[in-house]
Design a protein around this ligand. Sequence first.
Ligand code: 5GP
Ligand code: ZN
Length: 136
Amino acid sequence: MSSQSSCIFCTIVKGIFKLLETETMLAFMDIGPIARGHCLVIPKYHAAKLSDLPDHQMGDILPALAKIASASGNENYNILQNNGRPAHQEVDHVHFHYIPKPADAGDKAGLVVGWPIQGLSQEEIRTSYDELKRKL
Ligand code: 5GP
Ligand code: ZN
């Protein structure tokens, strides 16, 4: 396991409210939930952003999220993974939020999403596509 002594999620590996654990993954309750049942799934390997995480450290994460979603029985929920301060990442260790969305919560509980559609033309979308496709 890679770790950083200053990283809260590296030290929390010893922590409380553990839900699931494998060799490479840990799931636990979020300390500042925005809905009842809000929890986090992390790789044990310390990487700040998803793009820093080696592929072989990712394998247990999606199955754990699906297992939690299934076990908790919530009909509505979001999986959220933030990268970088402008994108609302506060803890610099890759983590996936499982956030239940109560059906009648509106903006009072669960994830509240802004969705600023840019109104790009097909040509502008094609430019983004060409740039990205070239690099993949
Ligand atoms: P981010 O904004 O980086 O995507 O989310 C960080 C999350 O980590 C927040 O939901 C916050 O409540 C949670 N968090 C921060 N520190 C701790 C901690 O020490 N323990 C737990 N369980 N969760 C934490
Ligand atoms: Zn860490």
